[in-house]
Write a protein of this length. Structure first.
Length: 307
């Protein structure tokens, strides 16, 4: 391999490797930060949902509301408008309404999952059941974050723990406490015999990690491309400057090689420029001095000898 080629590799290879490494590290960290930002945003939504649940629980006495409905409709035939009005006073339904509001605009999907769902669309998948059981086994566990690689989504989940204080057991508690005396709650659903603190299900917020559908990820992708373009611009600038110096170095090396060949062939006519203070100028001066010395020796050797 020629010296010039080695010089090019020595200069350019580290630059290229450094650029690729910098882009990779930067993009990886930006992606991680993007996921963290998305998670914080989701946590904020879930926290707001819990705050609404607590607030609504303080505004109504569910037990008294149930007694009033039973009193007004002793035959158990409750009109739809009354059922809807009743649901609006249930803390968990208020939380659900907050989760569903502006979900599409904020680029997330809100889902409720339960092992014993009253609404079929809320039946938990096996994966969701695993998360529910994880919450059931750990009373102090408040949040689970999961990246679903199959759907390229970030899931942030919180348990729906039933609270006696908030009146949850009036509808989900022991069947023998049924307001109708038939094991059903005020709206006609079978009571599940849950206890205070039991996990009824999950609130799940799913956010796409696809940059085409997620604003945070789109911003991250833009930032990564900006980094790549900046690094490429720097790389090109370094290559241009380095190329200029490498070309000058190669030219000087070529002159040295050419001068050496001429001297080796007996041609002492080559005179190298001695201007400059770098190592090549020193070599040029030394070659000129050597050439002059050889000329002097040859000149002396050609004089006639007198005995």
């Amino acid at each position: 391999m020629k010296f010039g080629t080695k010089l090019i590799l020595i200069v350019f290879l580290p630059i290229v490797i450094s650029t690729i490494t910098a882009v990779y590290v930067s993009s990886t960290r930006l992606k991680e930060q993007g996921v963290q930002t998305l998670e914080k945003k989701t946590q904020t939504i879930l926290t707001r949902m819990e705050a609404i649940r607590t607030y609504v629980a303080t505004q109504f006495n569910i037990k008294e509301e149930i007694q009033e409905v039973v009193s007004n409709y002793p035959d158990g035939v409750i009109p739809d408008f009354e059922k809807k009005a009743m649901l609006k006073k249930v803390p968990i339904f208020a939380s659900m309404a907050v989760g569903e509001t502006d979900a599409e605009k904020d680029n997330y999907v809100f889902r409720i999952a339960s092992k014993r769902a009253r609404n079929e669309k809320n039946n938990a998948s096996q994966l969701e059941i695993d998360f529910i059981e994880e919450f059931e086994q750990n009373d102090t566990l408040n949040t689970i974050t999961y990246t679903n690689k199959n759907t390229n989504e970030l899931w942030v989940m919180r348990p729906v723990r039933l609270s006696k204080e908030q009146g949850c057991l009036n509808c989900h508690g022991a069947p023998d406490t049924s307001p109708w005396g038939n094991g059903k709650d005020v709206l006609g659903y079978g009571m599940e015999n849950y206890k205070d603190g039991d996990v009824e299900g999950l609130f799940i917020i799913k956010s796409s990690l696809n940059a085409n559908t997620n604003e945070v990820q789109a911003n991250i992708r833009t930032a990564i491309w900006e980094i790549i373009l900046i690094m490429l611009a720097v790389l090109v600038a370094v290559i241009v400057v380095s190329g200029f110096f490498i070309k000058k170095t190669n030219n000087k090396i070529s002159r040295i090689v050419k001068a050496n060949k001429k001297i080796a062939n007996g041609d002492l006519s080559e005179v190298l420029p001695e201007t400059g203070t770098d190592e090549f100028s020193d070599i040029f001066r030394n070659l000129n001095t050597m050439s002059d010395s050889l000329k002097s020796v040859i000149k002396q050797s050609m004089k006639p000898l007198h005995y």
